[in-house]
Design a protein around this ligand. Structure first.
Ligand SMILES: [Mg+2]
Length: 276
């Protein structure tokens, strides 16, 4: 097995888009006050020691019911079109693919999104067709197509499960990842992964990838001193290889440095596999 695929794995909220996906979609749709809604959820999580995403998904259904709105797949699809990306995101994937193709034609590239947010929204975004796979929290829909219960919940630590799924090529949630698989049989070794995130919720994923000799990057929005500090702290704690503004255009520092990382990983893959 050549193990010649490089995976770029992205967090979504704060990484590819400036806000959380809910801010563009479900919060305006249900006419919620974002601060009030989230503080209620955090309060309940503290009071009951419940899991935030579980509480959020349940509260959302309760709010929708109180407004006589059915949360359906169709609703999510309509909402997904409202998402605004950081500069250059929509052309990023083609640019990276083109870069690999022109410079490292023996290397393959895969793009994944792992998000605590709604899988149903991720599936309907304008960038979805550029992605190899997406992982996010999911609802169970009843026979009338209404979201009634959480089906899969992706928490910060659960994100690492999906990194193992990518690593072992067991991307379906129904595929067991527990059985032993020798390192050289894994389709995408951790060393070939580059994780891009934006903050503390990415720490479990970054820590796993870095421990396994992979790479991690933290991004921050232009002009946000606060978020830049979060990234800088991740860098000083050696959670990430580098930090950069969340600018995905071809002339950005992020693009140039990711290309450098790709060159480095590609050189190792080619050397190991005697691809030249
Ligand atoms: Mg994030």
């Amino acid at each position: 097995m050549k193990q010649n695929t490089i995976a770029l794995v992205y967090d979504f909220d704060g990484t590819l888009i400036p806000k959380t996906m809910q801010e563009y979609t479900i919060i305006p749709r249900l006419k919620l006050n974002s601060d009030k809604f989230w503080s209620q959820i955090i309060k309940e999580a503290n009071d009951t020691e419940g899991e935030i995403m579980m509480i959020y998904m349940r509260q959302l259904i309760t709010h929708a019911e109180s407004m006589n709105i059915n949360i359906t797949r169709e609703e999510f699809k309509l909402m997904a079109s409202k998402i605004k990306y950081f500069k250059g995101v929509e052309t990023w994937f083609d640019n990276i693919n083109q870069y690999i193709k022109s410079k490292h034609h023996m290397i393959k590239i895969a793009h994944y999104v792992i998000s605590a947010g709604h899988h149903e929204i991720l599936e309907s975004t304008s960038i979805h067709h550029k992605l190899t796979n997406v992982f996010g929290s999911q609802y169970y829909f009843d026979n009338k197509g209404r979201a009634t219960f959480p089906k899969n919940v992706v928490t910060d630590t659960a994100k690492t499960q999906f990194l193992f799924r990518i690593n072992k090529g067991k991307e379906k949630v129904s595929d067991s990842i527990n059985s032993h698989m020798p390192e050289d049989k894994r389709p995408i070794p951790f060393e070939n992964m580059i994780y891009i995130g934006d903050g503390l919720t990415d720490v479990p994923s970054m820590a796993l990838i870095k421990k396994q000799n992979g790479h991690a990057v933290s991004v921050y929005p232009k002009n946000s001193k606060e978020q830049k500090k979060v990234s800088a702290d991740l860098l000083s704690a050696k959670r990430v290889d580098f930090i950069a503004e969340a600018n995905y255009t071809k002339s950005s520092i992020l693009y140039k440095r990711i290309c450098l990382l790709i060159d480095m990983i590609s050189a190792r893959i080619k050397y190991t596999n005697e691809l030249i």
